[in-house]
Design a protein around this ligand. Structure first.
Ligand code: XMP
Length: 400
């Protein structure tokens, strides 16, 4: 394999972008993630003032993220010309009534490109540059999940549908290579080393239908969880919110209880099992598997939650999923309120090299508990907080 030299890559892409765009103008949407930022900096080097950068305040960014990111990108050393487009209502409206993960992702993609198409037309930009990377294309073309920034590879013509041509300078790169390019371009480390954040943002962490109070709680919990979990430096860490609605008398509950009792050596009557109505995304035999989520809790004789090593819970997860093919993820209880509330929250922390496979991080129980307590204090509509003990595969990193 040829050695990857970031500086050579930059020089080659700068010259190719100039050749492709000529004397026209180009538009790029930046989110503050390493991919779109690196792509914008590279393209700005090629086109200077002929590049327009927009940040979509689409309702699914974290607290004050549009403002914080645009501040970083528009000041030295990057000096990118950023315009924030306030389009929250439009993105929320497009999600109304949708709960299937792929329908939500496709609706997001459509609103994303429609919004950019209108802006590009108004500003006279025949080119859209985007930071799509190799993993986005692999997962979309492989049918695992629809990434919002993959179009022509799935047979959708950008020119026909949205009126612009798309340029993807990073499409052959993997995440670590993008970080190397970012460093070589002088992108500040708060961006180049930032953990990934999906293009559709918190949309894929509000599992099932988007409701305003659900979205608000995931934002508040994200603020708390990111701060605490960061201490352990997992490769990626976040929270997601799920409807606290169970499938009544689910036929697998007693089998999951027996498996848990056997693997954890806890009497079955001290184990509670819940299968949620909301589904989550996973991978089975290399293919997409959109399946059920099961939450498990084992109690000690004194009533407190049993806290075995995380590796044991991962081993339990393997056995549960092997015996119950409709399930795709296993959550284990960390903390709960006495009263039942409309939502539950899950913490996810993973270790990975390429984001194509991932292991569950061994976050200490103390940290999991501290995070869960903060979340329960801050979110009155959440009754339980879990830890996701499912690697990728069989789950994906994000919930949807
Ligand atoms: P999954 O969930 O597919 O995630 O195992 C792999 C990596 O990609 C990120 N991710 C996305 N990034 N648009 C993005 O820009 C998306 O739609 C998307 N979905 C997942 C995810 O956060 C992880 O780092």
């Amino acid at each position: 394999m040829q050695k990857f030299i970031p500086q050579e890559f930059v020089n080659k892409q700068v010259s190719e972008i100039r050749k492709a765009v000529g004397s026209e103008r180009a538009l790029i949407a930046v989110s503050g993630g390493v991919d779109s930022t690196t792509c914008a900096v590279l393209t700005h080097r090629a086109l200077g003032g002929d590049l327009l950068c927009v940040m979509l305040d689409d309702a699914f960014m974290r607290t004050r993220e549009p403002e914080r990111v645009s501040e970083i990108l528009s000041r030295p050393p990057l000096m990118l010309p950023i315009t924030i487009l306030r389009v929250q209502e439009r993105f929320l409206k497009a999600q109304k009534g949708l709960s299937d993960a792929e329908e939500k992702r496709r609706a997001f993609r459509e609103t994303f490109y429609q919004t950019l198409s209108e802006f590009a037309e108004r500003e006279g930009c025949p080119y859209l540059v985007q930071g799509t990377i190799q993993a986005d294309i692999v997962e979309t073309v492989g049918g695992i999940k629809t990434q919002h920034n993959v179009l022509s590879q799935t047979g959708i013509s950008p020119t026909e549908y949205y009126g612009f041509q798309i340029i993807e300078p990073l499409s052959t790169l993997y995440k670590e290579q993008v970080r190397r390019v970012a460093r070589s371009l002088g992108v500040p480390s708060e961006i180049s080393e930032r953990q990934p954040f999906p293009g559709p943002g918190l949309l894929v962490r509000v599992v099932g239908e988007v409701k305003l109070d659900k979205l608000e709680s995931v934002k508040v919990a994200t603020d708390a969880a990111e701060k605490i979990l960061a201490e352990h430096k997992p490769k990626q860490y976040f929270v997601a919110i799920i409807d606290n609605t169970e499938t009544p008398e689910h036929p697998r509950v007693s089998r999951v209880r027996e498996t848990t009792a056997r693997v954890l050596s806890i009497p079955a009557e001290r184990i509670s099992v819940k299968v949620f109505r909301n589904n989550a995304t996973g991978i089975k035999g290399g293919e997409r598997h959109y399946g059920e989520i099961v939450a498990v809790k084992a109690q000690m004789a004194n009533g407190s939650t049993y806290q075995p090593p995380i590796d044991r819970l991962v081993a339990l997860q393997t056995e549960i999923l092997r015996a119950n093919p409709s399930l795709t993820r296993v959550f284990y209880a960390v903390h709960e309120k006495r009263s039942s509330q409309p939502y539950v929250m899950v913490m996810r922390a993973i270790e990975t090299h390429d984001f194509l496979t991932a292991k569950v991080s061994r976050i200490p129980w103390k940290t999991l508990e501290k995070t869960a307590q903060k979340i329960l204090q801050a979110c009155s509509n959440v009754s339980s907080v879990y830890y996701d003990v499912t690697p990728k595969p069989p789950a994906t990193i994000e919930m949807e």
